[in-house]
Write a protein that binds this ligand. Sequence first.
Ligand code: GLN
Length: 254
Amino acid sequence: MGVLRDEVSGRLRAAGCVFAEDEAELLLGEAGDDPVRLERMLAARVSGLPLEQVLGWAWFRGVRIAVAPGVFVPRRRTEHLVELAVDGIGSSAVVVDVCCGSGAVAAAVHAERPDAVVWACDVDERATACAELNLPGGHVVTGDLFAPLPRELAGRVRVITANAPYVPSDAVALMPPEARDHEPRTALDGGADGLSVQARVIAQAPSWLGPGGVLLVETSREQADRTACLMSAAGLEARVSRCDELDATVVLGR
Ligand code: GLN
């Protein structure tokens, strides 16, 4: 076993993986006694796929989230969105996560607030296929932003979360190759100014929010003021919340 571990970590290190030993451990654990599966995973990782897509899962706020090739990998920083979403919501609150990707945010909210009625939507079917695995006790729908939600939810939602794509188009090319080459562009590219999808989320959100409802939008530190301006223009009172430990910025609108 030690020889195999050294061989696996050696190949990972040669491919430029910084945490080769840790990754070798995870890949060996996931492959179990299946050498064909190990070889397939190793080849995928060496070719540049994100580790989580190769393993098929990622940890996110203590929840094991199913992830697949072609699906955005949940980021640690997005845990701040969950922290704000679960804050102060009572039982049976309706929570909607748009641009849900793997459904990590919705699944983590549901894990912490099992009584909440959680909806997750994404335009990408590969993403919603993962989200269905991750949110067995919630509702997953496929379509553009709020469009696939049942109309009866309009005016009744307590919390809307959105980690919509917010990277300016020009900056996508500068992202690490794992993200740039193996995550869907639709999950990253926020148009010329990075705000085009966020702007649509923010414009549509008020008609879904109920009394006391809150919209939570992850954004970048640099764009936070502009995200807040979009919220004000939509009639929401905006506040920026930063979590330095996670390098996270979320704009809240009420
Ligand atoms: N900068 C973010 C990341 O890669 C992009 C996430 C997004 O656009 N929603 O973590």
